[in-house]
Design a protein around this ligand. Structure first.
Ligand code: EPZ
Length: 419
C-alpha cells in the first residue's frame, strides 16, 4: 500500500490544471449503455474509480479503449445483465448501471452497493422509484434482481430527500420510458446537469435540468456522442482551500467559478483573495491571519459535503472558534481524530464539529480513512511543522488525479512511497 511523506511549511505558488470530474464522468460512462452506437468521452481522469467502472462496463458487453485521456466506449449489445459484487463493492456508484440495464433490456441483477466509511448509504429511495415504475424486484444473496416491462412506463416521482444518485438514476430510466415522466425535488448539482445535457445531445428530451423539477419525454432510442468531461469542481475547491491554508498564490486552470461560488465566498471571509477570469481562477493568500467561519454542508448550491473535510483543516489553523455541521452523511468526520493527532483542537457533538483554531499543526503519522479525508490530511501535512506520513493513500487515488505532482509543481514537498 502506498503512503505519502510531506515536509510541511512551504507556500504554494504556481498554476494547477484541473482534471476531468470524477463525479461527472462516472454517470456519463454509465450512459454509454443507453445506446448501441459509439460514445467518446474526452478529458477522462484515469482514477481507480474510473478503472473499476471500466471493468464493470466491459463485463456487461461494452467495448472500451483508452487513448490519450479519451475513452472510447461502444456497447453494440448488452451481453450480460449481472454487475458483480466484487466490482460494485469497490465503487458504489456502479450500482447506477441498474437503470440503463432496465431501460434497455428490462432485466438486471446488480449487487447491492453496501455502505462505506462515510455512511450506510441506503438505497431505499431507488427501490421506491422502481416500485413506482411498476418494476418488479427481489433481493437475494446481496443482489437486486429486477424485471421491467419494455419499454418502462413513465412516472411522476418526488424525491423525499435531495439525492444526486437517485436523480441520475431517474434521468437514465425515464429518457427511454413510454410517455412523460416528472421528477420533483431533483438534485441540482452540476454533475446532474452534465449527465442530462449528455443524454439530450444523444437524443433524449429532458427539461428543467439544474432546477428542482425535471420533465422527461421518453424517446425510442439514443444516439452515439463525442463529449468532453467537465473539470472537477471538488478538485478545484480542494486546491483553493490548500493555498488558503499554506499561503501563496495559485492559478486554477480550466475551471468554473460559479460551480464553487459558495466555497469561494467562504474563502474570502477567511481572508483569501479570489479573482476569476474566463476559465481560470486565481486564489491568493498573503496575510497570516485565517479568520474562522461557521459552515453547514447542504445540497448544491450550498456548501458541498465533498469539501467538508478539507475546509475543516483550514478552520483548524484559524485564529478563532468555528463550527462545521455535516448534514448529508452520518459518519463523515473520520478525519477529525487524525487531525487531532496533529494537534488540532476539534470536538465532535453528533453532526457538529466544534473547532478551536491553533496557530499550527505538528507533523505525525496519520491514516487516510476515505477519499476526501485523505485530501484534508494532505492539506494538514502541507501546513504542519515537520514531517507527516499519510498511509492508505489508495483512498486518495480513487478521486484525485496526480494530486501530489500538481502540488509539488507549486513548491510542495511530497513523496509517494510504496510499502
Ligand atoms: C454523490 O453520491 C457523490 N458521488 C458523492 O461524492 C457526494 O457526496 C453526494 O452525491 C452528494 O450528495 C458520486 O457522484 C459518485 P446522494 P450519492 O444520493 O449520489 C441519502 C465523493 O467523495 N440517500 O446525493 O450516493 C444518502 O444516504 C462522493 O466523491 C438515502 O437516504 O449521494 C445521503 O445521506 C462521496 N436513500 C443523501 O441521501 C437513497 O436511496 C445524499 O446522498 C439514496 C440516498
Amino acid at each position: 500500500m502506498d503512503s505519502l511523506i510531506i515536509n510541511g511549511g512551504k507556500k504554494l505558488i504556481g498554476n494547477i490544471p484541473i482534471s476531468g470530474s470524477k463525479n461527472a464522468c462516472l454517470p456519463m460512462m454509465i450512459a454509454s449503455l443507453m445506446t448501441d452506437e459509439k460514445m467518446t468521452l474526452n478529458n477522462i481522469p484515469m482514477l481507480s474509480d474510473v478503472k473499476t467502472l471500466i471493468s464493470i462496463l466491459k463485463s456487461l458487453g461494452t467495448n472500451i479503449e483508452y487513448k490519450k485521456d479519451n475513452l472510447h466506449l461502444h456497447t453494440k449489445e448488452i451481453i450480460n445483465h449481472k454487475a458483480s459484487y466484487d466490482l460494485v463493492k469497490k465503487m458504489r456508484a456502479s450500482f447506477w448501471v441498474l437503470a440503463p440495464l432496465l431501460a434497455k433490456k428490462g432485466y438486471a441483477e446488480v449487487s447491492l452497493p453496501g455502505g462505506c466509511a462515510i455512511g450506510t448509504r441506503p438505497i431505499d429511495i431507488y427501490l421506491e422509484m422502481l416500485k413506482e415504475m411498476n418494476i418488479k424486484y427481489s433481493i437475494n444473496n446481496g443482489y437486486i434482481v429486477a424485471k421491467a416491462e419494455s419499454p418502462i412506463r413513465g412516472l411522476n416521482f418526488k424525491l423525499e430527500k435531495k439525492s444526486v444518485g437517485c436523480t441520475h438514476f431517474f434521468l437514465m430510466l425515464a429518457c427511454l420510458a413510454n410517455g412523460t415522466s416528472k421528477l420533483s425535488n431533483a438534485a441540482c448539482e452540476p454533475e446532474v446537469v452534465q449527465l442530462g445535457m449528455l443524454l439530450n445531445k444523444m437524443g433524449a428530451k429532458i427539461r428543467g435540468l439544474g432546477s428542482k423539477k425535471i420533465i422527461i419525454e421518453g424517446v425510442e432510442k439514443l444516439n452515439g456522442i463525442n463529449e468532453i468531461v467537465p473539470s472537477d469542481r471538488i478538485e478545484a475547491g480542494t486546491f483553493a482551500i490548500a493555498v488558503s491554508a499554506t499561503g501563496g498564490r495559485i492559478k486554477l486552470e480550466n475551471t468554473n467559478y460559479d460551480e464553487n461560488k459558495t466555497l469561494f465566498k467562504i474563502l474570502e471571509k477567511t481572508g483569501s483573495k479570489i479573482n476569476k477570469s474566463k476559465n481560470s481562477i486565481n486564489i491568493e493568500k498573503t496575510n497570516d491571519e485565517i479568520y474562522p467561519v461557521n459552515i453547514k454542508t447542504s445540497p448544491y448550491p450550498g456548501f458541498p459535503t465533498d469539501l467538508q473535510a478539507q475546509i475543516m483543516t483550514l478552520m483548524a489553523i484559524s485564529n478563532g472558534q468555528s463550527e462545521i455541521k455535516e448534514n448529508i452523511f452520518e459518519n463523515r468526520f473520520m478525519h477529525v481524530q487524525e487531525l487531532v493527532r496533529m494537534g488540532a483542537n476539534i470536538k465532535l457533538d453528533k453532526d457538529k464539529a466544534l473547532i478551536r483554531g491553533t496557530r499550527s499543526l505538528n507533523g505525525a503519522n496519520v491514516m487516510a480513512t476515505d477519499l476526501r479525508a485523505s485530501a484534508s490530511l494532505i492539506i494538514a501535512g502541507l501546513v504542519a511543522i515537520g514531517k507527516t506520513t499519510i498511509s492508505r493513500i489508495y483512498h486518495l487515488d480513487r478521486g484525485f488525479y496526480n494530486l501530489e505532482c500538481k502540488l509539488n509543481n507549486c513548491g510542495a514537498s511530497i513523496k509517494r512511497i510504496s510499502e
